[in-house]
Design a protein. Structure first.
Lengths: 203, 207
């Protein structure tokens, strides 16, 4: 009986090891470490691991930053701030959700906070009409864009932000209302306004 | 006839709806940053790791502005205090070096280094000045809040440079001088980004 138990335990142990090995293989698929492994390494202060995370996710974070802010200059700032913030908050990532989901939320919040801070700053010195960036000009001069990106840049700021969060990033109006500190109805109205404006631009 | 027109409008709207949906679906999830952002990120996380500067959140321009104002004021106070308390370089003061490299240089070399850095910095500022018309800057406009801040920083920088030449081994003064010059460059960069001189946009609700 004892022998059998011992065999079962050994078998279990062997299976566990095989499972662990399989997980490790998954994590190191194509010679690349998984986000979770890189996060754990970065948590210990490993900047090389953090740089890999940056290289892997910079495009996604930059796209969010650019579409929300409507400006490359501001998107540069937001994207940098996102990764600096990420470095500071790595310890708070406990693996309950996917790293990409967590980073996405962090990026959206960072972008919105940065935009608010920028406006607060400039409102101290300039009339509000000067504060809104001429996103269209910024967007169309130097870079090549997807057609929708070009159109989005023409939307008023709040309308654009709501549209990007709802239609592109898949947020619910309730979530958008909480993030932007606006009413759910306002979020819906801005979304419909955005759609209407974009449809007019397309026609 | 009216029905036909209305039907045509509906068809057009459906077409636009479908076109918009297609555009949303085809929108790339990623956009490559036009410039490499890692260098700045790396510098910032290194600074935060080594110094644990909790108040250096660069997202807050308000805080940034306060820091600039405080730094400029602090610089004036320090220079003034230093000038009043030490009319000449104190012979009893132990030499404090900026880093190992500086510690190996003579006072004359350090003074030469101050001039060299100041010259390089001047050229950097001049480069911004050359571009002021192309980027819409108006450096001669004193009503511009940037100019006021920049003038204060520039004055502080010159005062500190002079103080440093009198006492080139003073590490805190070195640090302060380099910091002030960095802020000058950052302020000019910010000025380039601001829509301060653009015509008021008719678009744009505020968040």
């Amino acid at each position: 009986m004892n022998l059998n138990s011992s065999n079962i335990t050994d078998n279990d142990h062997q299976m566990q090891q095989q499972t662990k090995q399989a997980e490790l293989n998954d994590e190191q698929l194509d010679g690349q470490l998984s986000d979770e492994i890189l996060v754990n390494q970065a948590k210990t202060g490993d900047k090389a691991a953090f740089k890999q995370l940056y290289q892997r996710h910079q495009g996604r974070v930059y796209a969010i930053s650019f579409r929300l802010s409507g400006s490359h200059d501001h998107a540069d700032e937001i994207c940098q701030d996102c990764f600096v913030r990420l470095w500071q908050k790595l310890d708070q990532f406990n693996g309950e959700s996917q790293f990409t989901t967590w980073l996405h939320k962090l990026s959206v919040h960072q972008a919105i906070n940065s935009m608010k801070a920028k406006q607060r700053f400039w409102h101290r010195f300039l009339p509000s009409s000067d504060v809104t960036q001429d996103a269209e000009l910024d967007a169309s001069v130097h870079y090549e864009y997807h057609r929708l990106d070009k159109l989005i840049m023409k939307l008023p700021e709040r309308t654009r932000v709501v549209f990007v969060l709802s239609a592109i990033e898949g947020y619910q109006h309730q979530e958008i209302a909480e993030i932007l500190n606006i009413a759910v109805g306002t979020s819906k109205a801005q979304y419909h306004r955005a759609k209407q404006m974009l449809q007019e631009m397309l026609s | 006839m009216k029905n036909k027109h209305s039907k045509s409008q509906e068809q057009q709207q459906d077409h636009n709806n479908s076109q918009l949906d297609d555009l949303i679906v085809s929108l790339p999830k990623e956009i490559t940053p036009p410039v490499d952002l890692w260098q700045n990120i790396g510098e910032q996380i290194s600074a935060k790791t080594t110094h644990d500067i909790s108040h250096s959140n660069s997202t807050s321009h308000q805080q940034h502005w306060k820091m600039l104002a405080m730094a400029a004021s602090l610089a004036f106070v320090m220079v003034l205090g230093w000038k009043l308390s030490t009319p000449a370089v104190s012979p009893t003061q132990e030499p404090v070096t900026v880093n190992n490299a500086l510690s190996n240089q003579s006072t004359e070399d350090l003074i030469a280094l101050v001039d060299q850095i100041a010259q390089t910095h001047k050229q950097q500022i001049a480069a911004f000045d050359d571009n002021k018309y192309t980027v819409g800057m108006q450096l001669d406009n004193q009503a511009n809040p940037f100019n006021k801040g920049f003038s204060e920083l520039e004055l502080a920088s010159k005062q500190i440079q002079q103080a440093l030449k009198n006492d080139p081994n003073n590490k805190p003064v070195w640090d302060l001088w380099l910091w002030i010059m960095k802020r000058e460059i950052e302020l000019l960069q910010q000025q380039q980004r601001t829509p301060i001189n653009t015509t008021p946009s008719t678009q744009g609700n505020l968040i």
